[in-house]
Structure formats: structure tokens, C-alpha cells
Design a protein around this ligand. Structure first.
Ligand code: ADP
Ligand code: ADP
Ligand code: MG
Length: 460
């Protein structure tokens, strides 16, 4: 058993990892940047080491400082959380060469899925359908125009190193393609230090459905069902749920087919540890591979709620070299779970980030309610990192009960001093189409357009 783990992250996910470590009697080491000195993950860990200034490039992304901290604290393993260094194959290699276990996929698997273009090629090899698109990266305007002509508009230009919904542009004609090509490249260079882009057919009325994967070091791979993450704004997820209402209501046979495809991709990549295979599904039930997230995911708790499996515990056991103790047929799904991401953003001002000090903080509770958060009264949401305050997760025996609990819990959540997305999440939960489970990734834009129209009509 590992005796001590360093958590190379911050915020709610660092707290989440520390919680499971405590349950497993594993000691924890937090690392933190200067402004995070009073953070919850620092307070909850057994030890804490400051690794630098506010900018991530000076702290949470500094491999040298994190490894030094791990050596000083003499840890057995490092959990990278999500974002930051979690999908960095070089970091995983450095950990292993320093005799520190990296709690994530092997660097072989990470390299096999290094970026989105490479992953597309791998999915093709696995025989999984892909949106029509370019073979590899598109390196100039002319090539972009040729690919667009072959696959037809609308198309999406996407950063090969992209993440968090950044570095992608939709184009409907040659003019917007040329413009989008250059903006996507620039954005990708700035955000990911890699200007490589590729082109993919834009799937209309898309549904984002992903499968949770677990693989051990003995080659066993299982999936833990799907998550529907179609409630997105600007390609960023806001609400996630499992099971998917699209699959339940319209395409029951998709669950098995997509689950198999996800496992197949993981097998071809020799995937180990926890991961997520993301797909786009169109209105006719065709599904297409998007990407593999090679880490624990923000929305992992809803899977935990319906399967009863602690994913962080599984990650730790796998990293220790334990074989999976669950087979595919052992995985049982029960009930329904929904997650709302609560962000420090102003939904009435185009979701502008609203960092600052939280004055009052009261989080909901009661049966079927889970809050994964690092926030507390007096805590300051820093402008240096992402704006998530926490995740509210509800569980019910069916979708109806999970939704009713979510509405109730949202109405209890009280955060003052900063603006939050709670009122917006409320509007989603009350929307008749959401209640019926009929929505695509266009949902949020349609909801906001409707709200804007109502405001204008009210004024007039
Ligand atoms: P999830 O599917 O887990 O919600 P997201 O794409 O929303 O994944 O990203 C989760 C977190 O990881 C966010 O904080 C996001 O900013 C960060 N992230 C994801 N991909 C990258 C990347 N390639 N580079 C930097 N940060 C990333
Ligand atoms: P990221 O790494 O930023 O998560 P993804 O490739 O997973 O990038 O795409 C993020 C989101 O963008 C998807 O969940 C989906 O809503 C949208 N998207 C991506 N590719 C397509 C596509 N080909 N057609 C329609 N929507 C897409
Ligand atoms: Mg994605």
C-alpha cells in the first residue's frame, strides 16, 4: 500500500483526492502557490509545501518544483488531478524515473493518445467511426480549403492540443474558414504552446456522450457507463447526467455499442488507469469518436453515484499494480445522478468571471445531495485559476427524483460576495425541454436567446 501521496493540483479536485486518501489511511502532501496558502486542500492535507507564485507556469506547472517537493516529503506516488500536468507524458516519465508512481495512464498510453490528431488515427485503427475530416494536422490555408471542399461545410477547426473547449472554431464557408483557421491557430499557440490544428465535419445538433473507462496493468479494461454532457456553453460543460436521456428515450442499443467502442479504443491504446472516451452523437443515433481524456474528469462523481465505485480509489489501486477486482458484468447501474458546475461567473453579464472574497457560504445537504468543493466563508476565488467554486451532485432513484433534488439543492446553495452561476443552473433545471430530457449542445444558446428576448419584451 502507498503510505504517502502528493497531490499536484488545487481546488475541489485536490480536496476530492485527499478525501479518498484519508479513507485509505494514506498520508497526503499538498503543494500550493503563494495565493493558495489558505486553501482548503492545504488545510486538509497532512503536509503542505509552497511551490511558487500565483501564475501556474510558476507553480502548478513547474515539474522541477513538484518533484523536489515529492522528494523532500518522501512520497510514494503523485496524483495529478485534472488540468495542469495531468496529461503531460513527460511529467509521468519524470515521476517514474524518480521512483515515484504517477497515478494515471502509463506514458506509453499517453503517447499513443498524445494529441487529438494522433487519437483520431488510433480510433480509426480500432474501427470506431470518426467525423469525416483531415488526416493529421492541416498546415496551411490551401490544405484547409481542400479538406473543407472534400467533406463539405459546416466544419470545425480544432487545436490538436486543445482542452477545456478552447482553440476551436466553426466555419460555414470559405471566408469564415480562412479567418477561423488563423484565429484557431493563434489561440492554440497562446493557450497550449502548440499551434497545430486539424479539421473535422461539424456534426449538427450534437449530443456529447462519453464513457468512463478503467484499465489495470494486466490488460483488463472495463467501462462504467456513460455521461451525457450536452449542456454546454462555448463547448464547456455546465451540467452532466447519467444515464443519458437520449440513450434511454431514443437509442437504447447505443449504450452497448458505444461502451464496446470505448473499450476497443482503450485496448488499442493499451490504456491503463482511469480515462474517458468522448463521443458526439447526432439526432439519428450515429456516434463519432471525439477524444480521450487521459485523467480523472470533472464530472466523475455522477458515475460514482450510480455505480457505487470510488474512482479515485480505483486509480490508486491500479497505480499500485493491483488487478481490477470488478469485471464488466459486476458493474451495476442504479438510479440517476446529475451534476451542476457552480462557477464564479456572472450569468447576467455574459458569464464574465467574478473572482473575489466569498462572504457568506452555506452549502446544501440532505439525502441524495453531494457537494465537491473547496469553498468556505472568507475564501477568496483567485483570478489566476479557473472559476469553479464547486460541483453540486444529486442522486435519485430515477431522473425525475434527481432533478427535483437538484432544484431543491440549488435553491439552498447560498454564496454571497461574488456572482455565481447558480441562478442560471436553476433556469436549466426548470426548462421544459431539459425536464423532458430533450436537448443537444445547442440548448444553452437557445435558452439564453429566449431569456434575452424575454428581457427585451419586458422592457418594451
Ligand atoms: P472535463 O471533461 O473533465 O470537464 P474540461 O475540458 O472541462 O474536462 O477540463 C477540465 C479542466 O482541465 C479545466 O479546468 C480545464 O481548463 C482543464 N484542461 C483541460 N484540458 C486542458 C489542456 N489541454 N490544457 C490545459 N488545461 C486543460
Ligand atoms: P476539448 O478538448 O476542448 O474538450 P472536444 O474535442 O472534446 O474538445 O470538444 C469539446 C466540445 O466541442 C464537444 O463536447 C462538442 O460540444 C463540441 N464539438 C467538438 N467537435 C465537434 C464536432 N465535430 N461537431 C460538433 N460539435 C463538436
Ligand atoms: Mg473534450
Amino acid at each position: 500500500m502507498f503510505e504517502k501521496i502528493l497531490v499536484a493540483n488545487r481546488g475541489e479536485i485536490a480536496v476530492r483526492i485527499i478525501r479518498t486518501c484519508k479513507e485509505l489511511n494514506i498520508r497526503t502532501v499538498a503543494v500550493y502557490s503563494e495565493p493558495d496558502a489558505n486553501s482548503m486542500h492545504v488545510q486538509l492535507a497532512d503536509e503542505a509545501i509552497c511551490i511558487g507564485k500565483a501564475a501556474s507556469s510558476e507553480s502548478y506547472l513547474r515539474i522541477d518544483r513538484i518533484i523536489s517537493a515529492a522528494e523532500i516529503a518522501d512520497v510514494d506516488a503523485i496524483h495529478p488531478g485534472y488540468g495542469f500536468l495531468s496529461e503531460n507524458a513527460h511529467f509521468a516519465d519524470v515521476c517514474e524515473s524518480c521512483n515515484i508512481r504517477f497515478i494515471g495512464p502509463s506514458s506509453r498510453a499517453m503517447t499513443a493518445l498524445e494529441d487529438k490528431a494522433v487519437s483520431r488515427a488510433l480510433a480509426k485503427k480500432a474501427g470506431v467511426p470518426l467525423p469525416p475530416g483531415s488526416e493529421g494536422t492541416v498546415d496551411n490555408e490551401q490544405e484547409a480549403l481542400t479538406v473543407a471542399k472534400r467533406i463539405g461545410y459546416p466544419i470545425m477547426i480544432k487545436a490538436v492540443a486543445g482542452g477545456g473547449g478552447r482553440g476551436m472554431r466553426v466555419a460555414h464557408n470559405d471566408i469564415s474558414l480562412v479567418k477561423g483557421y488563423h484565429t484557431a491557430r493563434n489561440e492554440a499557440e497562446k493557450a497550449f504552446g502548440n499551434s497545430g490544428v486539424y479539421i473535422e465535419k461539424y456534426i449538427e445538433n450534437p449530443h456529447h456522450i462519453e464513457f468512463q473507462i478503467l484499465g489495470d496493468n494486466k490488460g483488463n479494461i472495463i467501462h462504467l457507463g456513460e455521461r451525457d454532457c450536452s449542456i454546454q456553453r462555448r463547448n464547456q460543460k455546465l451540467v452532466e447526467e447519467t444515464p443519458s436521456p437520449l440513450i434511454d428515450n431514443k437509442f437504447k442499443d447505443l449504450r452497448k455499442k458505444m461502451g464496446k467502442a470505448a473499450v476497443r479504443i482503450a485496448e488499442v491504446a493499451h490504456y491503463t488507469n482511469a480515462g474517458t472516451v468522448e463521443f458526439i452523437v447526432d439526432d439519428n443515433g450515429n456516434f463519432y469518436f471525439l477524444e480521450v481524456n487521459k485523467r480523472i474528469q470533472v464530472e466523475h462523481p455522477i458515475t460514482e453515484e450510480v455505480t457505487g465505485i470510488d474512482l479515485v480509489k480505483q486509480q490508486i489501486m491500479i497505480a499500485m499494480g493491483e488487478p481490477l477486482k470488478i469485471s464488466q458484468s459486476d458493474v451495476q447501474f442504479k438510479g440517476h445522478a446529475i451534476e451542476c458546475r457552480i462557477n464564479a461567473e456572472d450569468p447576467f453579464d455574459d458569464f464574465r468571471p467574478s473572482p473575489g472574497r466569498i462572504e457568506m457560504y452555506y452549502s446544501p445537504g440532505g439525502r441524495g445531495v453531494r457537494v465537491d468543493s473547496h469553498a468556505y466563508a472568507g475564501y477568496t476565488i483567485s483570478p489566476h485559476y479557473d472559476s469553479m467554486i464547486g460541483k453540486l451532485i444529486t442522486y435519485g432513484k430515477d431522473r425525475r427524483e434527481a432533478m427535483d433534488k437538484m432544484s431543491r439543492a440549488l435553491s439552498e446553495y447560498m454564496i454571497t460576495g461574488i456572482k455565481t452561476t447558480i441562478s442560471f443552473e436553476h433556469a436549466v433545471l426548470q426548462d421544459p425541454n431539459f425536464r423532458r430530457g430533450v436537448y443537444s449542445t445547442n440548448f444553452v444558446e437557445q435558452l439564453l436567446t429566449g431569456a434575452r428576448r424575454e428581457l427585451i419584451e419586458e422592457k418594451a
